[in-house]
Write a protein that binds this ligand. Structure first.
Ligand code: ATP
Length: 134
């Protein structure tokens, strides 16, 4: 089976670099499965899970938006943050989730709801990747 190289890069440096048989990402227009030979494309991403399918395994990476650049032999994902399951601190994500839920529940006039919702979705995404809830 044909493979494609996937690079996931954040401002802190590279997070993932491997050859996969298929990668799926969550773009703002919906889930997108990418195989080798895909036509060149650039698409914005939402917070979500990147699924990296290999011969026998599927690896998961949590990303918080950014862009995917697709070329026939290579997929590059640029995101403000990205974590493989092993590097996710579950307790930290659960605390972030709790903080965001409390902020949203308070309904204070000066609450930045968009920011709290983004924090909530990043935290839930990390929890899902860590716990393998896919
Ligand atoms: P927190 O409130 O816990 O900082 P956050 O969603 O605000 O969460 P981000 O701003 O998205 O955090 O990320 C800041 C940095 O911390 C990034 O490098 C990201 O990879 C890392 N990070 C955030 N949460 C976790 C986590 N639960 N486990 C591991 N790394 C994390």
């Amino acid at each position: 089976m044909k493979t494609t190289i996937v690079n996931i890069v954040t401002p802190d440096g590279p997070v993932y670099d491997s050859e996969v048989s298929m990668v799926s990402v969550r773009t703002t227009a919906g889930e997108m499965g990418i195989l080798a030979g895909h036509i060149p494309t650039v698409a914005p991403l939402t917070t979500g899970i990147v699924r990296l399918k290999k011969e026998k395994t599927t690896e998961l990476v949590a990303v918080s938006g950014g862009f995917v650049e697709i070329r026939p032999d290579k997929v590059t994902i640029l995101s403000p943050s990205a974590e493989v399951a092993d590097s996710i601190d579950l307790a930290r994500a659960k605390e972030a989730l709790k903080r965001a839920e409390e902020r949203l529940a308070e309904k204070k006039a000066d609450t930045d709801f968009k920011r709290a919702e983004s924090a909530l979705s990043r935290a839930m995404n990390r929890i899902n990747v860590k716990e393998g809830n896919i």
